[in-house]
Design a protein around this ligand. Structure first.
Ligand SMILES: *Cc1c(COP(=O)(O)O)cnc(C)c1O
Length: 454
């Protein structure tokens, strides 16, 4: 019988997070103050984040120890399984070997609790009482709601309005874990009111919801803010995924030629790919790490490398990243978690240095891939995750044309059981193809008056 699952015992949960910065040939450029545009130090982040997370944000240490209490909570769902996708391989009739690492078995159904638990832990340690955050598709909001409940912290979530309407059950999940959820933009913050004045029917965006959550946290000393992607410490926490995956690929007897993950702000991509990138850097391996983004929000493939704000209103520090411009509002595609204008600083530098690759897919190709995966492997993937599956299918087809038996590893970072409305619309033929035009990108970038990195 052919093996389908490659499993690790909970005793093999990594003891450290891997910090790729230590191995980067060109280190990320410093963040700049949003007003003065001068480089800022870690202390500028103190109103928003606990000190230990700020320390991790700027750390150059290669390995950072995972606290025992965090590892103990990880045991609820880690180590996560890896599967050989025999069903998908057969359907594609390709010589490519396809594996996937499945994070959908976590409490919130995605990779996000890996960092939510760590962030809630450090906030609790430092006496914080409440955490505010934003959420797009609802996955980050549910992960943080779960983690705050574990550590008895209050949790307030600003959920992008279009998702709030499309995914009512994500909100119920957050409420079940004890969190309060607002449809963003709200009239309770200055940032929200400013957006509503300009457009009372604004569908919201991640950038707007971040502005609201940051404003609420900055206004109260016992309240801090948490981000589910983009920042260095978030990417760091996700490396438990890739470290397990390196071991599991060794057990399977294959080193991947390609590691592919969907890309919103970079956390799940970093989580699975950085430990493989370490093998490229340390051992001279040539593993291709590919980030898959939506054609309607293509910051990596069609954006510019530029200092930009992380939010829409311009309250966060300026970060050197690939961006479409901070007030770019992506079309309301169903992959809500990928509707973000920018990208994490580390991933942006790696892409600039050509150490990783990026591709974009339109919505229908992704759902077609998601349905094929559901039929052949049984798991219904999150709409975000279908982007990586679409890339893997493209690569497997290339392998067939070239007669190559390459090994492809997909990050199956979340399930889609709260996203069935999206599948329903797709199956009913109601989903429209969408790709942002060059004029739209040009218009958004023309508004940027932020510094160009040297
Ligand atoms: C949040 C999310 C994403 C996008 O965010 P990243 O930080 O880029 O990982 C992608 N897939 C799933 C399932 C998510 O929950």
């Amino acid at each position: 019988m052919m093996k389908r699952k490659i499993l690790l015992d909970e005793s093999e949960i990594p003891t450290h997070w891997y910090n790729v910065i230590a191995d980067m040939p060109n280190k990320p450029l410093p963040p700049l103050h949003p007003g003065t545009q001068e480089p800022i130090g870690p202390e500028a982040l103190a109103p928003l984040f606990p000190m230990e997370l700020i320390r991790q944000e700027v750390s150059g240490e290669k390995y950072i120890e995972i606290p025992d209490q965090v590892r103990d909570i990880y045991k609820l769902w880690r180590c996560t399984p890896m599967y050989r996708a025999h069903g998908l391989e057969a359907a594609l009739d390709s010589p490519a070997r396809i594996f996937y690492k499945y994070e959908g078995g976590s409490p919130a159904g995605s990779h996000k609790p890996n960092t939510a638990v760590a962030q809630a832990y450090y906030n609790k340690q430092e006496g914080v009482k409440k955490i505010t955050t934003e959420t797009g598709a609802g996955q980050w909001g549910s992960a943080l709601s779960f983690a705050c409940n574990v550590f008895d912290l209050a949790c307030e979530v600003y959920m992008v309005k279009i998702s709030y309407q499309q995914k009512p059950y994500r909100k119920s999940l957050m409420n079940t874990w004890g969190a309060t959820v607002h449809a963003s933009p709200t009239d309770q913050t200055q940032a929200g009111r400013k957006i509503l004045e300009a457009d009372p029917d604004s569908p919201g965006s991640l950038g707007i919801a971040i502005s609201e959550a940051v404003e609420m946290a900055a206004a109260d000393e016992q309240t801090k803010y948490a981000l589910g992607s983009v920042l260095n410490h978030v990417l760091l926490h996700q490396t438990v995924v890739g470290q397990e995956a390196v071991k599991q690929m060794e057990m399977a007897g294959y080193l991947p030629d390609i590691v592919v993950a969907p890309f919103g702000g970079g956390s799940n991509f970093a989580g699975i790919s950085f430990p493989f990138l370490r093998l490229n850097i340390e051992e001279g391996q040539k593993i291709r790490c590919i980030a898959s983004e939506p054609a309607s929000c293509p910051k990596l493939t069609r954006g510019v490398f530029r200092y930009d704000f992380g939010d829409t209103v311009g309250m966060t520090p300026l970060l050197p990243m690939y961006t479409l411009g901070h007030d770019f509002v992506p079309a309301p595609i169903h992959a809500g978690g990928l509707r973000y204008h920018g990208a994490g600083v580390i991933v942006s530098q790696l892409l600039k240095d050509q150490l990783i690759e990026a591709v974009a897919h339109k919505q229908l190709e992704c759902f077609e891939a998601g349905v094929l995966f559901s039929k052949t492997e049984g798991i219904v993937p999150a709409p975000e995750t279908t982007h990586a599956i679409a890339t893997a299918i493209r690569e497997a087809k290339r392998c067939k044309e070239e007669g190559k038996a390459e090994t492809i590893l997909i990050h199956l970072c979340g399930h889609g059981y709260f996203d069935l409305k999206a599948y329903e619309d797709y199956l009913a033929g109601k989903l429209v193809e969408h790709e942002v035009t060059s004029d739209e990108i040009k218009a958004s970038l023309a508004k940027l008056d932020t510094p160009v990195p040297e």
